[in-house]
Design a protein around this ligand. Structure first.
Ligand code: NAD
Length: 245
């Protein structure tokens, strides 16, 4: 589905991002993954190599625009084009507002929103020149209804939706599509570590009767990144087993 496409996936070292990298490669894309540190990037590349999947990796500081721009330009120079960007790197937050410092709030906005701005800004001139490209963002089901604790996280994902819808309008004249995927609770390291006693009641709240797998989200990115979605832009696609409340 992605033959001949070059894709950059941020937060590609584990969880949803790693599964997206694998799924894109299985569909014949050339993928470049970004992670936060050399060790995690090398580990991800190594475990894909064991599956005979070749990817390249970088670890730019996503909050440093000039660093991001330099790496994106390097990728463009090497591969000739960048067709898909998946802005997936993200962190979450817990706790009542009184216990959150302004630094905590800033940290989550920096990665979940400002980094999305920076990497998108760096690929846009390349995609404009190509008159073609897809930008995909990882939102969350909490971007629809908020959550009862950890205010920075839903705030950041509401912003991701706003950025997605607005950038989709701005870039449509250049044939660049911008969409987001809003996962429900998804079995990544974070969720897998939760005790069974916490998981069971959670599953009861999901109409489709199970927790999402990283592969469910990767498949949504695959569809939206492919030419099958060539008339779809400005959507926030819920992939949450209908757990939207
Ligand atoms: P994860 O913790 O398994 O992976 C996060 C990724 O982000 C890692 O690859 C990590 O390297 C990268 N990252 C973290 N901090 C970084 C930093 N400072 N700079 C650069 N990269 C950094 O998480 P996940 O569950 O796979 O989440 C991926 C995305 O999906 C996030 O945006 C998250 O908000 C979203 N999401 C997850 C769930 C869920 O239930 N797992 C639900 C909804 C949305």
């Amino acid at each position: 589905m992605l033959k001949g496409k070059v894709a950059v996936v941020t937060g590609g070292t584990r969880g949803i991002g790693f599964e997206t990298v694998k799924t894109f490669c299985e569909n014949h894309a050339q993928v470049i993954l970004f992670g936060s540190r050399k060790e995690t990037v090398d580990k991800a590349i190594g475990s894909l190599k064991e599956k005979n999947i070749e990817v390249e990796g970088y670890y730019p500081n996503l909050n440093d625009y000039s660093e991001v721009e330099k790496v994106i330009q390097e990728i463009k120079d090497k591969y000739g084009h960048i067709d898909i960007l998946v802005n997936n790197a993200g962190i979450s937050q817990k706790g009542p507002i009184e216990e959150l410092s302004s630094e905590d709030f800033e940290k989550i906005i920096n990665l979940n929103v400002n980094a999305v701005f920076n990497v998108s800004k760096a690929v846009v001139p390349i995609m404009k020149e190509q008159q073609d490209g897809v930008i995909l963002n990882t939102s969350s089901m909490v971007s629809k209804y908020g959550q009862p604790s950890g205010i920075g996280y839903p705030t950041s994902k509401f912003a991701v939706n706003g950025l997605t819808l607005s950038l989709a309008r701005e870039l449509a004249p250049f044939h660049i599509r911008v969409n987001a995927v809003a996962p429900g609770i998804t079995k990544t390291d974070m969720v897998a570590a939760l005790p069974e006693a916490m998981i069971e009641p959670l599953i009861k709240t999901i109409p489709l009767g199970r927790i999402g797998e990283a592969r469910d989200i990767a498949n949504a990115f695959l569809f939206l990144g492919s030419d099958l979605a060539s008339y779809i832009s400005g959507v926030v696609l819920s992939v949450d087993g209908l757990a939207r409340s």
